[in-house]
Ligand binder design. Sequence first.
Ligand SMILES: Nc1ncnc2c1ncn2[C@@H]1O[C@H](COP(=O)(O)OP(=O)(O)OP(=O)(O)O)[C@@H](O)[C@H]1O
Length: 357
Amino acid sequence: MSIKISNLSKKFGGFKALSSVNLNIKQGEFVAIVGPSGCGKTTLLRLIAGFEQPTTGYINMQNKTISSKNKLLAPEQRNIGMVFQNFALWPHMSVKEHILFSLKNHNYTAQNLKKNTKERVEEILEIVGLKNFANKMPVELSGGQKQRVSLARAIAPHPALLLMDEPLSSLDIALKMDMRREIQTLHQISKATIIYVTHDQGIAMAMADKIVVMNEGKIEQIGKPKDIYTKPKTEFVASFIGKANLVPGKWEKFNEFVPQFASHLSWINNDIAETFHQNNIFPVRPEEFHIKNNKNGIPAEIKNVLYQGKEIHYTVSVFAKEWEIHSNQLNKYQIGDKVSLHYDLEHANIKGKRIIL
Ligand SMILES: Nc1ncnc2c1ncn2[C@@H]1O[C@H](COP(=O)(O)OP(=O)(O)OP(=O)(O)O)[C@@H](O)[C@H]1O
């Protein structure tokens, strides 16, 4: 299913939860919507589902307007499946009955699935790993199992659009990885369009064709995961996705940046968005900084050390600001160590000579 969202806004009383959202989603695309709590992700999803009506703008599905100020097609009239954060299971139905109910009552279930409900229920139970729980009631299930029932119910009728709101949030890490693979496989097999709301940027990066980054009811950036990560367009996107450190300084000619705390250095990067040039900021990813014992880089002090197995995460303070650095260097620094920070693509001018560090 293809979707076009145009100039969409939503007000709750005097509060504007969404402002002028524009988004095009192609048939079969996997789109992740990420952003901090309260930025409007769920509101956008509820508008797409048909639970809320827009204040301005419209939503088209397959080139037909299904939501606007004057029109609202009911959720059951849209060919969608939904997985909610809070599962929304029916307490009086077993696992199997949830799947069956959805197969029988979804307006768009294909005839071949309706005719063979028994096989379809078995198939879905297998996919979500609940074969041994078919006759259990919701009260007898763990949070993760309930979430899988919610997923099973949504995918059983094979909807053209799957809306998922934090569908993996209550699973443990191993199950999360399993279900992540299942959803990816499901996406490949079903060719359904998926809109997936999450706080978890790791999941968004790994699964989505396209990421939509939201902040305060607006879209900050839309792009492929790699582009969002390597070419953030705003300071918000740089800090939210991949926790970039926003280094102040001065952009000189030829895309050279001189950091404020080490004016003998210059960093060259042709791929930094215009906003950063205008604001004289250079975003440096935690893994792009290297900590050294010399005095040639940006002076810093180690404030915190977190061992993460093959990486060490340092918090360092630089002239009262705190930055994050991820290092796989073997030499470990201790809290209180005075160190020097270097960026990947760095040159230094020492006594008029330009050297590469
Ligand atoms: N029915 C409502 N009435 C009034 N305000 C609402 C309503 N629904 C949402 N809001 C407000 O709109 C804003 C966006 O909420 P929304 O649930 O879309 O955020 P979110 O990005 O999904 O957050 P989270 O990640 O915490 O679930 C919030 O400030 C919320 O309080």
